[in-house]
Design a protein around this ligand. Structure first.
Ligand code: CMX
Length: 432
């Protein structure tokens, strides 16, 4: 048995005991209430889901199993300077920092499990070439569901206490195959279907970069960092919440992840990374090229707001400060591409947008989120096809939502089914 699986198994019973004790001793304690405004307003701040893998503080940002991004960058095993994504998956699933040997074992296991069935390629090839990459990604994941061990074990009548195990196996198979599905989509959509075979000497992130067609070592480092930074953002965000909700019906990890990816594909969530670059390119095109000045950018921001659109990459439902994932990407840019023209635009936007959003007086958080920065790094290394960016986000986010899904099944969490009310009910309630 792999060290990861063995470690995870050692965590299950103690965690089940902790949850049992809490629900037995304190099951009726109220941890959150929901106001009328929250019921109509997307349930902001209503504490009603438990997620173990990460926690989000509005001012500090994300902690993965208690670790900040700088801590993760320092403590997770590396090949060069950036942490290996295999390590963040180990951390998210087990709560422990892996050794390099733990991480190497995951790399080898994902390599072994990574073969893509031929019918997946045929399925993707059947779609019009201009199908949005996220739609292709969701279809690719859904098509892989044919291989779900979870679905077949359920059909055979597995004891529900054991469901975590096929969820674990499906997750490992999915994570092994997702970079191949994603790279296949990129090469078919943008590189005339000239696909690139895997490099079995590379780690998961490095090989993904290679299959996309980028063999620059700095791009491989960027991909490792990118895959770590986007992996998880507690459980209330739309992709994590959707995956958890779909999984709660005992739908298998493939279909649960496909649901989560559909949520990620919305412009208020993961698709914002494509929108940021589209917005910047749009500005440059309207100005006839070159680097826009502060004043020109301010004018475009104001025009965007005046036309009733959002400024992509800014604001957040929970965060109230600059996203530390933005900061980590900025640090990467300052080190490797300080003079890049798009990085300059991204930096100038940081000087311009918060004041404009504050002046407009609506956004609760005027600061940049993760999506404000990722595109400029990708463009620098030659990945200009911004419609594709959310697929990269999706490959990374799969690690967090699937680690949580395995825990959902290990803890035997039930079908999620909150109560809804009608406006008539609310009107009567507030009058009573
Ligand atoms: N540009 C313009 N208006 C904005 C804004 C922005 N960047 N951010 C918030 N607002 C507006 C909202 O649209 C809302 O307006 P209405 O009252 O007219 O509906 C108002 O300010 C209050 O919103 P909020 O409470 O600050 O923010 P929400 O929690 O409702 O929404 C988010 C959060 C991310 C959807 C919003 O900030 C946004 O649309 N940002 C731009 C899109 C984006 O970058 N999304 C990526 C988020 C990170 C991720 O998930 O990947």
């Amino acid at each position: 048995m792999s060290r990861l699986k063995e470690k995870f198994i050692s965590k299950i019973e103690p965690m089940r005991d902790r949850v049992k004790k809490l629900t037995t001793d304190f099951g009726d304690r109220v941890i959150s209430e929901c106001t009328v405004k929250q019921a109509y307003g997307g349930m902001r701040s209503v504490k009603s889901i438990v997620t173990e893998t990460s926690a989000l503080d509005p001012n500090e940002g994300i902690r993965f199993r208690g670790m900040t991004i700088p801590e993760v960058r320092e403590r997770l095993p590396k090949i060069k300077e950036e942490p290996l994504p295999e390590g963040i998956f180990y951390l998210l699933l087990t709560g422990d920092v892996p050794t390099k040997a733990d991480v190497d074992e995951i790399t080898a296991e994902w390599r072994k499990r990574g073969e893509l069935p031929a019918y997946i390629k045929k399925t993707l090839d059947a779609m019009p070439i201009d199908t949005h990459p996220m739609s292709q990604f969701i279809i690719g994941i859904t098509a892989l569901q044919n291989e779900s061990l979870f679905a077949s074990k359920y059909r055979e009548g597995i004891n529900k206490k054991q469901l975590w195990e096929p969820a674990y196996e499906d997750t490992m198979n999915l994570l092994a195959k997702l970079p191949k599905v994603a790279a296949y989509i990129y090469r078919r959509s943008y590189k005339n279907g000239q696909h690139i075979n895997e490099n079995k000497d590379l780690d998961w992130g490095g090989n993904f970069a290679h299959m996309l067609g980028f063999n620059n070592e700095q791009f491989q480092e960027l991909m490792r960092l990118y895959l770590v930074l986007h992996c998880d953002h507690e459980g209330g965000n739309a992709s994590a919440h959707t995956c958890h909700l779909v999984g709660s019906t005992l739908s298998d990890p493939y279909l649960s992840l496909a649901g989560g990816m559909a949520a990620l594909a919305g412009p208020l969530h993961g698709l914002a990374n494509q929108e940021v670059l589209r917005w910047i390119m749009d500005v440059q095109e309207k100005l006839g090229g070159g680097i826009p000045t502060k004043e020109q950018l301010a004018k475009f921001c104001e025009d965007t707001l005046a036309s009733g659109q959002v400024i992509p990459g800014y604001g957040h439902a929970v965060l109230r400060k600059t996203d530390p994932r933005y900061v980590a990407q900025r640090e990467f840019a300052l080190k490797h591409l300080p003079n890049d023209p798009i990085f300059k635009v991204v930096s100038t936007l940081y000087d311009v947008v918060p004041d404009i959003l504050l002046k407009a007086g609506k956004a609760a958080n005027p600061w940049p989120n993760v999506d404000a920065h990722s595109g400029c790094l990708l463009v620098h290394y030659g990945m200009h096809e911004y419609d594709y960016y959310t697929v990269l986000f999706g490959v990374s986010r799969a690690m967090g939502v699937l680690a949580s899904l395995i825990w959902d099944r290990a803890l035997g969490l039930p079908l999620e089914r909150p109560k809804t009310v009608t406006t008539e009910w609310v009107e009567k309630f507030v009058r009573s």
